[in-house]
Ligand binder design. Structure first.
Ligand SMILES: [Mg+2]
Length: 195
């Protein structure tokens, strides 16, 4: 049985279309060509606000501060299936997310609704403070926090179209996955070979 840290945003659900719509409703200008080019090259900036000229006083991150931000949202069906399978296999799931304070409750309720059998949810930007065997995250900046963990710690980088501000640390036991089916295979293989 492994203790698995699972990230939330982008890894389990992607609200970028809603964020784009929200930004567009205020925008003076949208650098749409740059955005499309970055999408094509898998080089999208995590802060979508960088693709807009916004009126003074509008902070792009305000979108995430909305207290009901995750109400009615659902996770990827494939992720839900794999998480339930991991729980069936006896693993412990801990959702860990760097939250904007105001949306914490809404995010927690969404996770409880979507995966009722995994109730652990921690909000922190220092994910490596949590003792675990495996992390699944779309951001290398969080994965690299675990570089001093024992060598058998497994890091799974959920690779997406977003540009990483840090490099992949080759000294780590780290694999890139592009879908939840691959994430399950990596975890399953890791647990079988570890025991
Ligand atoms: Mg994430």
């Amino acid at each position: 049985m492994a203790k698995i840290i699972i990230d939330v945003d982008i890894t389990l659900l992607d609200l970028s279309d809603s964020w784009l719509e929200w930004l567009n409703s205020f925008a003076k200008y949208f650098y749409e060509d740059e955005y499309i080019e970055d999408c094509t090259n898998d080089y999208v900036n995590y802060n979508l606000g960088d693709y807009f000229i916004l009126p003074q006083g509008i902070d792009p991150i305000d979108f995430w501060r909305h207290p009901e931000r995750y109400d009615g949202e659902v996770i990827y069906p494939e992720a839900k299936e794999v998480l339930n399978k991991l729980i069936d296999d006896g693993h412990e799931i801990i959702f860990v997310s760097d939250c904007c304070g105001e949306h914490y409750i809404s995010k927690q309720k969404m996770l409880q609704r979507e995966v009722p059998r995994a109730s652990n949810f921690i909000s922190t930007s220092i994910k490596s403070d949590i003792l675990a065997d495996i992390i699944v995250d779309d951001r290398l900046k969080y994965i690299n926090q675990f570089k001093d963990y024992p060598k058998d710690f497994l890091a799974i980088w959920y690779g997406t179209r977003y540009n990483q501000c840090q490099d992949f640390d080759a000294s780590m036991n780290c694999y890139k996955a592009s879908c939840w089916k691959d994430i399950y295979s990596l975890i399953d293989y890791y647990c079988q070979t570890k025991n």
